[in-house]
Write a protein that binds this ligand. Structure first.
Ligand code: AKB
Length: 318
């Protein structure tokens, strides 16, 4: 990875990944792109890019002579369910455009899949790497099609495509938007600000999660992995923890004893969560490229509360 193009660089993963890549490979080596102008990433090249515009993507990649594409621009599950046609056009159109640029310019390629690529008929516990994938959401349809498309570009055109199935990602830097697992980020903000949180996900609903530093390390680790050791290449299951809302609440209560949690379940996001696994098996990622997560729910909560407190204090000027 000498020159990297990142799409969706102002999004939840993109914001932190761009910073980390610039730190590791040099600010000029990472071309950040997003559909909107933001305040971040002014320390290196930034371009406005609508990923559905194939020509613009090609021109930017060519202008900077990139050799790696990290394609992150996408709608998350709840937004995709509310706007299925937009999700199809953006998630699939953007992906095929990015893969075409990778094919034409011979770039290495990364894009994330998700636990959303599984469905209600998938085994729910310790979900295997290879198993039934019949998702019932537009996001899931996009993710399964995306996994297959990446495999196709690898087999047919020799593009070095790589990817992981991310669980819900938790971070204090950039909030997610439109996901089903977003509650696990919102809860920290509300715990600090108001000492209470109303969960839209029902008690007892388990989903896989991961703290952002582990997610960023996983991406870089996989991209740097020896290709000859990769059997799967795309869509590796990765996870760090699995918990239900009451368990993360109990963890927060250890630090903020008067924190209170209540429930007002959103049927749409609950139905999506119910169709996803309780916990997935990451053995293939561990064996093929040494994936390892450092943060469990206790360690993550400790770090999240400290860092988020600092951030919210800095923002309020106190
Ligand atoms: C979402 O909730 O849509 C995402 C995901 C698990 O892919 N965080």
């Amino acid at each position: 990875m000498k020159k990297i193009l990142v799409t969706g660089a102002l999004g939840q993963i993109g914001s932190e990944l761009t910073t980390q890549l610039r730190h590791k490979y040099g600010a000029d080596s990472v071309v950040a792109t997003d559909i909107r102008q933001g305040e971040n990433h002014q320390d290196g090249p930034f371009e406005i890019l609508d990923v559905t515009d194939a020509k613009a993507m090609h021109e930017i990649a060519k202008k900077y002579q990139v050799d790696t594409i990290m394609h992150l621009a996408a709608l998350l599950s709840a937004t995709a369910e509310a706007k299925p046609l937009l999700a199809w056009n953006l998630n699939m159109g953007g992906l095929v455009n990015a893969l075409e640029v990778a094919r034409e310019l011979k770039c290495q390629f990364f894009t994330p899949s998700s636990i959303g690529a599984f469905g209600p008929t998938t085994p729910k516990d310790n979900t295997p790497q290879e198993t039934i994938q019949r998702p019932v959401t537009m996001y899931g349809v996009n993710k399964v099609a995306g996994e297959l498309l990446c495999d196709y570009y690898s087999q047919k055109f020799g593009v070095d495509t790589r990817g992981v199935r991310f669980p819900g990602l938790i971070s204090y830097v950039t909030p997610p938007g439109g996901g089903t697992t977003d509650y696990a980020v919102e809860i920290y903000y509300e715990a600090i600000k108001n000492k209470r949180y109303t969960s839209y996900i029902e008690k007892g609903t388990y989903m896989d999660m991961m703290y952002m530093p582990d997610a960023l390390n996983a991406i870089i680790h996989l991209m740097e992995a020896d290709a000859s050791k990769l059997v799967h290449r795309n869509a590796f299951n990765v996870t760090a923890m699995s918990f239900a809302p009451e368990e993360i609440a109990a963890e927060i209560k250890k630090h903020i004893p008067d924190f209170e949690m209540s429930y007002n379940v959103d049927p749409i996001r609950q139905a999506i969560a119910d169709s996803w696994p309780n916990s997935i098996d990451a053995t293939a990622a561990q064996q093929e490229w040494g994936f390892k997560a450092e943060y469990d729910v206790a360690k993550m909560t400790e770090d999240m509360l400290v860092k988020l407190n600092e951030k919210l204090h800095a923002l309020s000027g106190n």
